[in-house]
Ligand binder design. Structure first.
Ligand code: URA
Length: 257
């Protein structure tokens, strides 16, 4: 069987200093950049640049004397994954998230945080490797909220155990504190700040309780918010701004050493 294919984001986000970018993309040298700045001849995303150390990413629009040296639009999408779909680019047996996503630039996109085959709900897609790396990084501790139904009744013990952390013997690790809200004897909402392999199923599995359905409702500032199964929508400007705060601190006025 051919294995599912995952489109990997660039592991090292493309970010460079303004003076290096100018020397690589124009006839001017790194040293010339100071003069260009003093003469207010460079604009980054429409704003006059003022430091050679300003960060230029793949998606920064850079203009020198009004001539555009680079402009590439990032794409950020929210998709409501149905069950029976692989979180991958290609799969020989089953439909993939990328097969179902409707977008003119979908060939550029990769998934930021996969869901299991039968898990439903929010999947984020992007062509911005820096953004997806931060979202998926365990260091970011971005909250992900799931609704889960299980085969055995829930009780306070689960809440306390998930808060304290569950030990996964295979990896020899303890999960980070997770918030479990019991909605009914067999249903709960779970907020996690990490994404270990089959994490939710294994956490309930430690109580010999089988997960019957698992649905992700939000990742950081982005929620499904009534998005129909199989539907795609752009992540809104306000969700993006809040997410940037959560994953980068602030994205603007970044400087490079
Ligand atoms: N935890 C799981 O067990 N499965 C998922 O798809 C996501 C989190």
């Amino acid at each position: 069987m051919t294995k599912a294919k995952f489109r990997q984001p660039a592991t090292k986000p493309y970010t460079t200093r303004l003076d290096r970018f100018i020397s690589q993309n124009s006839d001017c040298s790194m040293a010339d950049t100071r003069l260009l700045l003093a003469q207010r001849r460079i604009r980054l995303d429409g704003v006059v640049a003022d430091s050679v150390q300003q960060a230029v990413t793949k998606f920064t629009r850079v203009e020198l004397d009004g001539v555009c040296l680079q402009s590439e639009e990032p794409v950020y999408l929210a998709f409501n994954k149905p069950a029976g779909v692989v979180s991958a680019t290609k799969d020989s047996k089953h439909p993939t998230v990328l097969d179902l996503v409707q977008h003119p630039r979908k060939d550029e996109l990769h998934i930021a945080g996969r869901l299991d085959f039968n898990t439903t709900g929010l999947v984020l897609l992007t062509n911005d490797g820096a953004w997806s790396s931060r979202i998926s990084s365990p260091r970011t501790k971005l909250p992900k909220i799931y609704e889960v139904s299980v085969s055995e009744p829930l009780n306070r013990e689960y809440v306390d155990a998930f808060q304290a952390g569950i030990y996964f013997a295979c990896e020899g690790i303890t999960t980070l504190p997770a918030r479990l809200e019991i909605l009914s004897p067999y249903r709960a909402r779970l907020s996690l700040v990490e994404g270990k392999y089959h994490q939710v199923k294994r956490m309930f599995g430690s109580f010999r309780n089988k997960v019957l359905s698992l649905h992700r409702v939000s990742v950081g500032a982005v929620s499904l918010d009534g998005l129909e199964p199989r539907a795609t929508r752009p992540v809104s400007a306000s969700e993006l701004a809040e997410m940037s705060q959560q994953v980068f601190g602030t994205r603007y006025r970044e400087v490079c050493p």
